[in-house]
Design a protein around this ligand. Structure first.
Ligand code: PNS
Length: 163
C-alpha cells in the first residue's frame, strides 16, 4: 500500500524551512500532500491560489508532492484521502506545547498520527511572518526563501506600498 503523509500549513509564503521539511518527508513517504489550510479570519499577503502555485513550482523536482488547498479541519482532509500521518517540523521547544495539543486533538478525533521532524538548525528561527516583516522593511531574506518566492514577495510588497 502507498504510504501517504500530509504537510499542512498556511504557507504565506513557503520558506526554505517548510521546503526542508517537505523534502525530507518526500524521502520517507511515497506521496506527500502539501495542504494549504484556508483561514478566513487571516488576510494573507498571497492568495491561496498564489501560494499553491509557488509551492508547486518549488516542490516539482521531488516528483511525489501533491499540492492542494483545504477549508475546514485537517483531520477531514486526511480522512477523505486516506492519509494516516501528519508531518510537522519542530523548530524549538516553544513550538512543542501547541503542536502537542493539536497532535493529541487530531489523534483523538480520527486516530491520525502526527510525526515530528526536527527543523534544520539553519532554519530554527524562521517563519513566514518574520520573512514578510523583514522583507517589508527592506531586509535581505534571499537566503530564507526560494528564488521564485523572493521575486514574488518583493513584487507583492511593492504593489501593496503603491495601493
Ligand atoms: O502554518 P501554520 O499557520 O502554523 O499552520 C497551522 C495549521 C494550518 C496546520 C493548523 O492551524 C491547522 O491544522 N488548521 C486546520 C484547522 C484544524 O484542523 N484545526 C484543529 C487543529 S487541532
Amino acid at each position: 500500500m502507498e504510504r501517504r503523509a500530509v504537510c499542512p500549513g498556511s504557507f504565506d509564503p513557503i520558506t526554505n524551512g517548510h521546503l526542508d521539511i517537505i523534502e525530507r518527508a518526500s524521502r520517507l513517504y511515497d506521496v506527500v500532500h502539501v495542504a494549504v489550510l484556508i483561514n478566513k479570519s487571516k488576510q494573507g499577503l498571497f492568495t491561496v491560489e498564489e501560494r499553491i502555485q509557488l509551492i508547486k513550482e518549488v516542490t516539482a523536482e521531488y516528483g511525489n508532492v501533491v499540492v492542494e488547498s483545504h477549508h475546514g479541519l485537517l483531520v477531514d482532509y486526511c480522512k477523505d484521502r486516506e492519509i494516516p500521518a501528519i508531518v510537522k517540523g519542530l523548530r524549538a521547544v516553544s513550538d512543542f506545547d501547541y503542536e502537542l495539543q493539536m497532535a493529541q486533538m487530531n489523534n483523538g478525533l480520527t486516530g491520525v498520527e502526527t510525526v515530528f521532524i526536527p527543523t534544520s538548525p539553519t532554519y530554527s528561527f524562521l517563519s513566514s511572518s518574520l520573512v514578510k516583516e523583514v522583507a517589508t522593511y527592506g531586509g535581505d531574506v534571499s537566503h530564507l526563501v526560494p528564488e521564485s518566492v523572493l521575486r514574488r514577495l518583493i513584487e507583492r510588497i511593492a504593489e501593496r506600498r503603491q495601493s
